[in-house]
Structure formats: C-alpha cells, structure tokens
Design a protein around this ligand. Sequence first.
Ligand code: SAM
Length: 309
Amino acid sequence: MEQDEGPAAVAGAGAGRRSTGYLLLTVDAPVEAREAVAALLHELPTGGLIEEEGAAGLVRLRAYLRAEAAGGRLRELRRRLAALPSLGLGTVTPELRLEEAAEEAWATAWRAHFHAFPAGRRLWVVPTWERPDLPAGAVPILLDPGMAFGSGLHPSTQLCLQLLEEHLEPGCIVADVGTGSGILAVAAAKLGAACVLAVDHDPLAVEVARANVAHNEVQHTVDVVVGDLLDPLEAPVDLILANLTAEVVITLVPRIVPRLRPGGRAILSGIADVREAEVLRAIDQAGLRLLQAIGAGEWRALLVAAAGP
Ligand SMILES: C[S@@+](CC[C@H](N)C(=O)[O-])C[C@H]1O[C@@H](n2cnc3c(N)ncnc32)[C@H](O)[C@@H]1O
C-alpha cells in the first residue's frame, strides 16, 4: 500500500523541536493557474489562504494545515496540481513545498491578511480581533475561523450567505450540515432563525464553531454537535444549509425530503460547475426540485425544495 504523505514526510519534522502539529504548504504557481490552485487549497481544512507575489510570472499561495488532517489529501493535491498544465493552466507544474509550521506562526500569520469584508447585502464577516466601523444596518458575523474551513472568503460560502440572506424567514428552524467555522449557523441566527442545529464530523471544527457561536452571543439559538450529515437531527427543519462538496452533496440529497417541514428548502453549495449536472440528476431522483441556481467562478449553489404534488 502506498504510504500517505503526512507529517513524517515533512522536512524538519522531529528535528528536536516540539511539534506544532501544523504544516505550512507553499505553492508557487504560474499566474494563469492562480484561481485553480486557490480552489484546490480551499478544499483543504485550512484557516485561509495567504497570497503573495512570487518570482516573475509566478504567484505564491500559502496555507496552514493541521498535520493530522493532511492524510492522503496531499498526495491527491500533488496529483491535481500536476494535471493543471494539461488543462491549459500555465506551462509548468505548480511546485508544492511542505514544512512544519514554526511555533505560533500558524496561529497568527494569516491573521494579518484577514480583515472585515461585506458578504452579502447586510452581512459582514468581521475578525474577532478587529473592531471596524460598519455601515448602518450591517449584520456582523464575528469570526475566528482558526483551522476550520469557513473564513467566508471562499465563493462557496459567499454563495450560501447570499441565498441565506435572500431566503431565510425569521423564526425558522435551520440545520447547518458541515458547519466548519460555524459561519453559516451564526449568520442564520443573526438573520432571525429561531433555532439552528450545526453539525460537523470533525471535532476540531465543532470546537471552533462553538467558540464563534460564543463570540456572537447566539448560544441560545445555535447548538453545535459532532455528527454525520443530518443524523443528529431529531425533527424536520425549515431550512437545510449544506456547503460540502459535490460528492458529499450527492450523498446528502436522498436524505433531505424526510428532514424538511412542509414548504422547507435546502441550500446546497460547494458544487464545482463540472459536477453540477450530476448533482441536478441526484436532486431530481431524490424528489427535490430546483428553485434557484447561482454561481461565482467555477462554483455553484442551488436552492431546492421538495417536488410536492
Ligand atoms: C466546505 S466546509 C464548509 C464550512 C462552512 N459551512 C462554510 O460554508 O464555509 C465543509 C465542512 O463540512 C464538514 N463535513 C464534510 N463531510 C461531512 C459529513 N459527512 N458530515 C458532517 N460534516 C461534514 C467538513 O469537516 C467541513 O468542516
């Protein structure tokens, strides 16, 4: 069996220093491949990406990743980076380097690049360590994504926030499947949901999401639990939020109809455009109908409801 690429494969690991448990990934890529490389790195559970200018014609993307979460993902990342030139994205393969993150650096380095930004008509993502002046009527989501996915910078999250702002009805009951940093659950609570159950199968994400729920003082509305997809739900809900991947969305859709109250809806995101047709087929087969589709770059988000009579 092929060995997974992990902390042991990282230069400098175990060289007498106390392990930080985090890896620093650096990718030097041709500028034409920037979007594609960023999308690949966004699929990893990093806190966020740091983008710097590289040598001539190159861009440098860096991210911190929990070593134990790296597993076989790095081998897959290398494989997909190697395929980019054949897709016409640059003439050279982006170079990936791994090193053990220096003590404390992983926790703070990307923070310098993470500032408050608008994420919809009224929603603003605001780092917990910033106190910016926001426009009147702004709804702030205070966030420290740490090493969970969900800084709000990824288009798949922004598409969800957009649909959430448009369709959430005050007083509704919401399930956020794959909550990551808890960003969507907090947004739902702040937009007026009566009750939100946030689920993630990664205990670290649950820890981060609980801290963000506390930062926003929405503990009375949002409960965060470890679990698989919709399993922890005890009763049907009005709105399901699911920013996952196309593959996981396809696993989820057959379970949605029984978990929706009459008139309920689901927002499905994290769907790369090349997988959209496949997801739409699964939606149709699961007795759901498409109400709205929106996109940003190569990402799609879908609003669906039970097909009904
Ligand atoms: C793309 S992130 C989305 C984070 C956040 N909701 C957002 O919109 O930015 C997907 C999250 O789903 C979680 N996840 C993936 N598969 C899952 C499953 N089967 N059950 C529960 N959570 C899952 C991952 O751990 C990750 O935190």
